[in-house]
Design a protein around this ligand. Structure first.
Ligand SMILES: C[S@@+](CC[C@H](N)C(=O)[O-])C[C@H]1O[C@@H](n2cnc3c(N)ncnc32)[C@H](O)[C@@H]1O
Length: 200
């Protein structure tokens, strides 16, 4: 995988998506219990993984950008928490089986040839009873200027998500318009799909 794009973006001054966690994720603050194992895939500069560690979770944060992973590790140190920050391409990563209480996916868009396979890996890495929390951009996001991949094939509909995660019990799946205020690259109204689902 070519990481030049993300290494370059994260090499800029400041945090591309801010230092504060994604708003949808924070609505689950009361859900997390101390010591629960959370896998955050495509965690970038670590704003979500670090926040989860601040909630007392045991966090594994994976991203293929070396620059992002270093910033995530530094952010954790700065905030006085610890995360296991791994630099790996999720296509090559050795996903642990039935390991995590939660998997968190915030704006991580895979190409169509690997999306389904990687989403199946997400299911298998969850423990029985574990939950997936996910927010992604929909094709409607092409009508907005608030960020996200600028190509249709990288964007997800609720139908695609429902099919990819058909082995999970879906508690909530909705497409909606969200107001983003996440650093300079996620700013303004955005068309997103949100999922909460459990491995039964
Ligand atoms: C839009 S950024 C989102 C970062 C973070 N989730 C956030 O909300 O701040 C997408 C991230 O996914 C990561 N990513 C995309 N494909 C990946 C892959 N195959 N393996 C590991 N990381 C990947 C990129 O490196 C990038 O950091």
């Amino acid at each position: 995988m070519n990481n030049d794009f993300w290494d370059s973006r994260y090499g800029e001054e400041g945090f591309a998506y801010g230092m504060t966690p994604n708003t949808f994720l924070t609505t689950f603050a009361d859900t997390f219990k101390a010591g629960e194992k959370v896998l955050v895939i495509g965690d970038g500069e670590g704003r979500n993984g670090v926040w989860l560690a601040e909630q007392g979770c045991s966090v594994v944060s994976v991203d293929s950008s070396k620059v992002g992973v270093e910033k995530a590790q530094n952010l954790a140190t700065e905030k006085g928490v610890s995360i296991k920050a791994i630099c790996a391409d999720l296509n090559q990563w050795d996903w642990p089986e039935s390991e995590f209480d939660f998997v968190v996916i915030i704006y991580v868009h895979f190409p169509p040839d690997v999306r389904e396979l990687l989403h199946h890996k997400v299911v298998s890495t969850l423990k029985s009873g574990g939950q997936l929390i996910m927010e992604s951009f929909t094709p409607d996001q092409l009508n907005y200027t608030s960020g996200g991949p600028p190509v249709l094939k990288m964007l997800y509909t609720a139908e695609m998500i429902k099919a990819d995660f058909k082995l999970l019990e879906i508690q909530r799946l909705e497409e909606c318009i969200s107001e983003l205020n996440e650093g300079k690259y996620h700013c303004g109204e955005a068309a997103v799909v949100r999922l909460i689902a459990t491995k039964v």
